[in-house]
Ligand binder design. Structure first.
Ligand code: URA
Length: 438
């Protein structure tokens, strides 16, 4: 089948022969298929979708366009977590070392922030010297030593996905559930995993704003991962408010460290424990979710989770001492408050608008090559469901001395809805999905 025939077949709704599809995606990864033909195929997929066999073939071909981590025989089970992203989501930073401290290896390939969603790699890069560009060999060595590493996608990991994501970004084909699922799993499965926990966000600050779409993405991811031999569980969780209080890069890192110190906001701790417990269950390091959560809490209380995080920072080139001196991470900052214009019930927060205000402040990027300021950010003092007094601070903006933050403050003020009457707030944990036929 020629590339032209393959594109036409998908356009007309025919099933694609696996061999032809595999060859097309592999050839794209080697640079032998031009972008215009891949763009045409992605648009056909956007309209027609991929059936389960096509999706599996597509994902495997993307995965095989690069290398994989190794994982030695007899070493601890390898389980990871992936979040579809949101505002203030710093869970990976505390979760990965905590789970590793409980005997399950976490070889985590993480993302950079783009648009209104932050990225784990940017938060870690706030630590001077911390390397997120590990080679596969370096990542293998660190996982063998510490049971955990966190690094970014490089040319060694699913390079076809890297090229394709940039192409989808400029051809209006990002928001296709099969293409998203293939993209996420081609990177995650390069970690040579036995299990994966997915945190699929739903709400105003999520990639998927509506529950039905989020559920469809979660179902597609879970079934695809199982078909590729990776035991997987998904949680739908709320992104109708920023997670925790800190929004920014260094400030979110510090909040994740607070969780490892037994402090930190209750929602960040609860999500860390729940997702971590699922990871321990998949890694057979606990028999029930309750037992797993107790084990993780002990690793917070006895300091072993924090100790593992410090070891991770040192192994990846950073100075763990900065975790004890926030000023070294944040730099010189001034504070400006955004106060409630009236008393009442804070009933909703447009979390997309908060994320976009973060970009405007300089903590996030709109283009993948934008540079960011890792010290600036916000503190979110009040969340939906709380009452508010007139003049009470809802946000504190931490910005550079003299920085003009009027527009940022206006955006934040407009993101909040205050009402005379209380309204129900969606729960953090919305639903749990397992594979239909494990
Ligand atoms: N994240 C990814 O890694 N890929 C997508 O396509 C969308 C989100």
């Amino acid at each position: 089948m020629t590339p032209y025939e393959l594109i036409r077949a998908k356009r007309d709704g025919s099933a694609l022969p696996p061999e032809a599809l595999r060859n097309f995606v592999a050839a794209y990864g080697r640079g032998e298929i031009p972008d215009y033909q891949m763009a045409a195929l992605c648009m056909a997929v956007w309209f027609r979708g991929l059936d389960p066999v096509e999706l599996r073939t597509w994902t495997e071909a993307m995965l095989r366009s690069g290398g994989m981590l190794r994982g030695a025989p007899g070493s601890p089970p390898r389980i990871d977590k992936h979040s579809t992203g949101g505002v203030g989501d710093k869970v990976s930073l505390c979760l990965a070392p905590l789970v590793a401290a409980c005997g399950v290896a976490v070889p985590m390939v993480a993302g950079r922030g783009l648009g209104h969603t932050g990225g784990t790699v940017d938060k870690l890069a706030a630590i001077p010297g911390f390397r997120t560009d590990l080679t596969l060999a370096e990542a293998d060595r660190i996982v063998a030593e510490l049971g955990v590493c966190i690094f970014g996608q490089t040319d060694e990991i699913a390079p076809a996905d890297r090229r394709l994501y940039a192409l989808r970004d400029v051809t209006a084909t990002v928001d296709s559930i099969p293409l998203i699922a293939a993209s996420i799993l081609s990177k995650k499965l390069a970690e040579n995993l036995e299990g994966l926990v997915l945190d699929v966000k739903v709400g105003s600050g999520a990639f998927m704003r509506r529950r039905e779409e989020a559920e469809q993405l979660a179902r597609t991811l879970v079934d695809l991962a199982w078909a590729l031999g990776c035991r997987t569980v998904a949680w739908l969780t709320s992104m109708d408010a920023p997670l925790g209080a800190a929004v920014g890069n260094a400030s979110e890192l510090l909040e994740a460290v607070d969780v490892l110190r037994g402090k930190g906001p209750p929602d960040v701790r609860a999500l860390t424990l729940r997702l971590g417990a699922e990871m321990l269950l998949l890694g057979r390091a606990a028999r029930t979710l309750d037992e797993a959560e107790r084990r993780l809490s002990r690793a917070i209380d006895d300091g072993s989770g924090l100790e593992r995080f410090r070891a991770l920072v040192a192994a990846q080139g950073g100075d763990p001492g900065v975790l004890d001196s926030p000023a070294r991470l944040l730099g010189k900052l001034e504070r400006t408050e955004v106060r409630a214009p009236r008393p009442g019930h804070l009933v909703a927060m447009d979390t997309l608008a908060v994320g976009l205000a973060e970009v405007r402040l300089g903590a996030g990027r709109t283009r993948s090559d934008d540079s960011i300021d890792r010290g600036v950010g916000f503190t979110v003092h009040l969340h939906p469901g709380e009452t508010v007094a007139q003049g009470e601070p809802i946000f504190t903006v931490q910005h550079r001395p003299g920085q003009d933050v009027r527009e940022v403050c206006q955006r934040l003020a407009a993101a909040v809805r205050i009402s005379d009457t209380a309204e129900p707030v969606p729960p953090l944990f919305i639903a749990r999905l397992e594979a239909l036929r494990p």
